[in-house]
Design a protein around this ligand. Structure first.
Ligand SMILES: [Zn+2]
Length: 240
Protein backbone atom coordinates (compact mmCIF):
# COMPACT_ATOMS: atom_id res chain seq x y z
CA UNK A 1 0.00 0.00 0.00
CA UNK A 2 1.66 3.17 -1.17
CA UNK A 3 5.21 3.81 -2.11
CA UNK A 4 7.32 6.25 -0.15
CA UNK A 5 10.00 8.09 -2.06
CA UNK A 6 11.33 11.48 -3.05
CA UNK A 7 8.73 13.56 -4.91
CA UNK A 8 10.31 14.65 -8.20
CA UNK A 9 8.72 18.09 -8.03
CA UNK A 10 9.15 19.29 -4.41
CA UNK A 11 11.98 16.87 -3.48
CA UNK A 12 10.36 15.97 -0.14
CA UNK A 13 10.17 12.38 0.99
CA UNK A 14 6.49 11.52 0.90
CA UNK A 15 4.03 8.85 -0.05
CA UNK A 16 4.04 8.97 -3.84
CA UNK A 17 0.93 9.02 -5.98
CA UNK A 18 0.31 7.19 -9.22
CA UNK A 19 1.00 10.26 -11.36
CA UNK A 20 -0.13 10.33 -14.97
CA UNK A 21 2.59 11.33 -17.40
CA UNK A 22 0.04 12.42 -20.02
CA UNK A 23 -3.29 13.59 -18.58
CA UNK A 24 -6.11 11.11 -19.09
CA UNK A 25 -8.41 13.77 -20.50
CA UNK A 26 -6.04 14.30 -23.44
CA UNK A 27 -6.57 10.65 -24.36
CA UNK A 28 -10.32 10.98 -23.88
CA UNK A 29 -10.41 14.07 -26.11
CA UNK A 30 -8.35 12.41 -28.80
CA UNK A 31 -10.30 9.17 -29.15
CA UNK A 32 -12.59 9.05 -32.15
CA UNK A 33 -16.24 8.10 -32.01
CA UNK A 34 -15.31 4.42 -32.19
CA UNK A 35 -13.07 4.98 -29.18
CA UNK A 36 -9.92 4.39 -31.17
CA UNK A 37 -6.97 6.67 -31.20
CA UNK A 38 -3.76 6.74 -33.12
CA UNK A 39 -0.55 7.48 -31.40
CA UNK A 40 3.13 7.21 -31.87
CA UNK A 41 5.80 6.11 -29.53
CA UNK A 42 8.55 8.64 -28.98
CA UNK A 43 11.06 5.85 -29.00
CA UNK A 44 13.26 6.24 -32.04
CA UNK A 45 13.14 3.36 -34.50
CA UNK A 46 9.97 1.96 -33.02
CA UNK A 47 7.08 1.53 -35.36
CA UNK A 48 3.88 3.40 -34.53
CA UNK A 49 1.91 1.55 -31.96
CA UNK A 50 -0.99 2.25 -29.68
CA UNK A 51 0.06 4.44 -26.78
CA UNK A 52 -0.81 2.97 -23.49
CA UNK A 53 -3.59 4.84 -21.87
CA UNK A 54 -3.08 5.54 -18.21
CA UNK A 55 0.71 5.65 -18.43
CA UNK A 56 1.65 6.52 -14.87
CA UNK A 57 4.54 6.41 -12.46
CA UNK A 58 5.17 7.01 -8.76
CA UNK A 59 6.37 10.54 -9.42
CA UNK A 60 4.64 13.14 -7.23
CA UNK A 61 3.45 13.55 -3.65
CA UNK A 62 -0.21 14.31 -2.93
CA UNK A 63 0.32 18.10 -2.67
CA UNK A 64 2.18 18.30 -5.98
CA UNK A 65 -0.40 16.06 -7.64
CA UNK A 66 -3.09 18.54 -6.52
CA UNK A 67 -1.03 21.43 -7.86
CA UNK A 68 -0.82 19.78 -11.29
CA UNK A 69 -4.50 18.89 -11.37
CA UNK A 70 -5.59 22.45 -10.56
CA UNK A 71 -3.61 23.78 -13.52
CA UNK A 72 -4.81 20.92 -15.71
CA UNK A 73 -8.45 21.66 -14.93
CA UNK A 74 -8.02 25.23 -16.20
CA UNK A 75 -6.01 24.07 -19.24
CA UNK A 76 -8.67 21.52 -20.15
CA UNK A 77 -11.34 24.23 -20.20
CA UNK A 78 -9.12 26.38 -22.41
CA UNK A 79 -8.46 23.51 -24.84
CA UNK A 80 -12.17 22.81 -25.15
CA UNK A 81 -12.78 26.44 -26.14
CA UNK A 82 -9.88 26.48 -28.64
CA UNK A 83 -10.91 23.32 -30.49
CA UNK A 84 -14.56 24.33 -30.77
CA UNK A 85 -13.97 28.00 -31.77
CA UNK A 86 -14.49 28.87 -35.44
CA UNK A 87 -10.95 29.30 -36.84
CA UNK A 88 -12.21 31.22 -39.89
CA UNK A 89 -10.05 31.24 -43.01
CA UNK A 90 -7.20 33.51 -41.95
CA UNK A 91 -3.68 32.40 -41.00
CA UNK A 92 -4.39 32.92 -37.29
CA UNK A 93 -7.43 33.26 -35.11
CA UNK A 94 -7.97 34.88 -31.73
CA UNK A 95 -9.53 33.11 -28.79
CA UNK A 96 -10.39 35.62 -26.06
CA UNK A 97 -10.96 34.77 -22.44
CA UNK A 98 -8.94 31.55 -22.08
CA UNK A 99 -6.38 30.88 -19.39
CA UNK A 100 -3.11 31.20 -21.31
CA UNK A 101 -0.96 30.62 -18.24
CA UNK A 102 -2.66 27.27 -17.71
CA UNK A 103 -1.93 26.26 -21.32
CA UNK A 104 1.76 27.06 -20.89
CA UNK A 105 1.83 25.26 -17.57
CA UNK A 106 0.25 22.16 -19.08
CA UNK A 107 2.63 22.02 -22.04
CA UNK A 108 5.75 22.52 -19.92
CA UNK A 109 4.59 20.14 -17.20
CA UNK A 110 4.04 17.37 -19.76
CA UNK A 111 7.52 17.98 -21.17
CA UNK A 112 9.00 17.87 -17.69
CA UNK A 113 7.07 14.71 -16.72
CA UNK A 114 8.27 12.88 -19.81
CA UNK A 115 11.82 14.12 -19.18
CA UNK A 116 11.99 12.91 -15.56
CA UNK A 117 10.04 9.69 -15.98
CA UNK A 118 12.03 6.50 -15.70
CA UNK A 119 11.64 6.04 -19.44
CA UNK A 120 13.74 9.18 -19.87
CA UNK A 121 16.60 7.35 -21.52
CA UNK A 122 14.37 5.91 -24.20
CA UNK A 123 12.25 8.97 -24.76
CA UNK A 124 13.47 11.85 -26.83
CA UNK A 125 12.68 14.56 -24.27
CA UNK A 126 15.84 15.71 -22.54
CA UNK A 127 15.70 19.14 -20.93
CA UNK A 128 19.38 18.95 -20.05
CA UNK A 129 20.63 21.84 -17.92
CA UNK A 130 17.18 23.41 -17.92
CA UNK A 131 15.48 20.52 -16.15
CA UNK A 132 15.90 21.94 -12.65
CA UNK A 133 14.85 25.44 -13.70
CA UNK A 134 11.68 23.96 -15.20
CA UNK A 135 11.02 21.95 -12.03
CA UNK A 136 11.38 24.98 -9.75
CA UNK A 137 9.18 27.10 -11.98
CA UNK A 138 6.45 24.46 -12.11
CA UNK A 139 6.61 24.15 -8.33
CA UNK A 140 6.25 27.90 -7.84
CA UNK A 141 3.61 28.21 -10.56
CA UNK A 142 5.57 31.06 -12.18
CA UNK A 143 6.59 30.29 -15.74
CA UNK A 144 8.23 33.58 -16.50
CA UNK A 145 9.49 35.32 -18.48
CA UNK A 146 7.61 34.00 -21.49
CA UNK A 147 10.79 33.68 -23.61
CA UNK A 148 12.02 31.00 -21.22
CA UNK A 149 8.79 29.03 -21.32
CA UNK A 150 7.26 29.76 -24.71
CA UNK A 151 4.42 27.87 -26.27
CA UNK A 152 2.98 28.12 -29.75
CA UNK A 153 -0.39 26.58 -30.61
CA UNK A 154 -1.39 25.50 -34.08
CA UNK A 155 -4.72 24.03 -34.97
CA UNK A 156 -5.10 21.68 -37.91
CA UNK A 157 -8.40 21.88 -39.69
CA UNK A 158 -9.77 19.67 -42.43
CA UNK A 159 -8.34 16.33 -41.30
CA UNK A 160 -10.47 13.84 -39.43
CA UNK A 161 -7.38 11.73 -38.80
CA UNK A 162 -5.74 14.60 -36.88
CA UNK A 163 -8.56 14.50 -34.34
CA UNK A 164 -7.64 11.01 -33.26
CA UNK A 165 -3.90 11.46 -33.23
CA UNK A 166 -1.80 11.73 -30.11
CA UNK A 167 1.92 12.23 -30.55
CA UNK A 168 4.04 12.57 -27.39
CA UNK A 169 6.67 15.33 -27.33
CA UNK A 170 9.61 14.95 -29.68
CA UNK A 171 12.49 17.26 -30.56
CA UNK A 172 12.15 19.32 -33.71
CA UNK A 173 12.72 22.79 -35.19
CA UNK A 174 10.26 25.36 -36.48
CA UNK A 175 11.63 28.32 -38.47
CA UNK A 176 15.07 27.49 -37.13
CA UNK A 177 13.90 27.48 -33.51
CA UNK A 178 14.65 24.31 -31.51
CA UNK A 179 12.06 22.85 -29.26
CA UNK A 180 9.60 20.06 -28.62
CA UNK A 181 6.38 19.38 -30.44
CA UNK A 182 3.45 17.26 -29.42
CA UNK A 183 0.07 16.69 -30.97
CA UNK A 184 -3.18 16.05 -29.18
CA UNK A 185 -6.53 16.13 -30.93
CA UNK A 186 -6.07 18.61 -33.78
CA UNK A 187 -3.67 20.84 -31.88
CA UNK A 188 0.07 21.06 -32.30
CA UNK A 189 1.89 22.27 -29.20
CA UNK A 190 5.39 23.65 -29.71
CA UNK A 191 7.60 24.56 -26.73
CA UNK A 192 10.71 26.42 -27.78
CA UNK A 193 13.90 25.67 -25.90
CA UNK A 194 15.85 28.55 -27.47
CA UNK A 195 14.95 31.64 -25.41
CA UNK A 196 17.06 34.05 -27.47
CA UNK A 197 15.66 32.91 -30.79
CA UNK A 198 12.15 33.00 -29.35
CA UNK A 199 12.64 36.64 -28.45
CA UNK A 200 13.53 37.77 -31.98
CA UNK A 201 10.63 36.00 -33.59
CA UNK A 202 8.21 38.85 -33.08
CA UNK A 203 5.79 38.16 -35.91
CA UNK A 204 4.51 35.02 -34.26
CA UNK A 205 2.34 35.31 -31.19
CA UNK A 206 3.45 33.11 -28.35
CA UNK A 207 0.80 31.97 -25.89
CA UNK A 208 0.49 34.61 -23.17
CA UNK A 209 2.11 37.25 -25.37
CA UNK A 210 -1.09 39.27 -25.73
CA UNK A 211 -4.44 39.60 -23.96
CA UNK A 212 -6.21 37.39 -26.44
CA UNK A 213 -4.81 33.98 -27.27
CA UNK A 214 -3.57 33.68 -30.86
CA UNK A 215 -3.78 30.25 -32.48
CA UNK A 216 -2.18 29.52 -35.84
CA UNK A 217 -4.74 28.15 -38.28
CA UNK A 218 -3.28 25.35 -40.33
CA UNK A 219 -5.60 23.93 -42.99
CA UNK A 220 -4.60 20.39 -43.88
CA UNK A 221 -5.87 17.35 -45.71
CA UNK A 222 -6.04 13.72 -44.65
CA UNK A 223 -3.19 12.96 -47.04
CA UNK A 224 -0.98 15.71 -45.59
CA UNK A 225 -1.62 14.46 -42.06
CA UNK A 226 -0.62 10.93 -43.09
CA UNK A 227 2.48 12.34 -44.75
CA UNK A 228 3.39 14.31 -41.67
CA UNK A 229 3.05 11.26 -39.42
CA UNK A 230 5.29 9.29 -41.78
CA UNK A 231 7.82 12.11 -41.65
CA UNK A 232 7.84 12.08 -37.83
CA UNK A 233 8.55 8.36 -37.85
CA UNK A 234 11.23 8.68 -40.50
CA UNK A 235 13.01 11.57 -38.78
CA UNK A 236 12.98 9.79 -35.45
CA UNK A 237 14.64 6.84 -37.08
CA UNK A 238 17.37 9.10 -38.47
CA UNK A 239 17.94 11.03 -35.28
CA UNK A 240 19.83 8.21 -33.60
ZN1 LIG B 1 5.83 16.99 -3.99
Amino acid sequence: MGVVGVCRLCAREEKLQESHILPDWLFALTRDERRRFISLSSLPRHRPRPMQRGWWEHLLCWDCEQLFSRWEGCAKQAVEVIVTADPGSGPVYAVPGVDQEALRYLAWSILWRVAVSRYATGWVVDLGKREDEVRKSLLSGELSPIERFPLLLMRLSGSQLARSTLVPPYRTKILGISGFMMQAYNLFWFCSTSPTRTAWLSDVSWVGGSDSLTVINFPTTEQEEYGWLREVIRRRGMDK
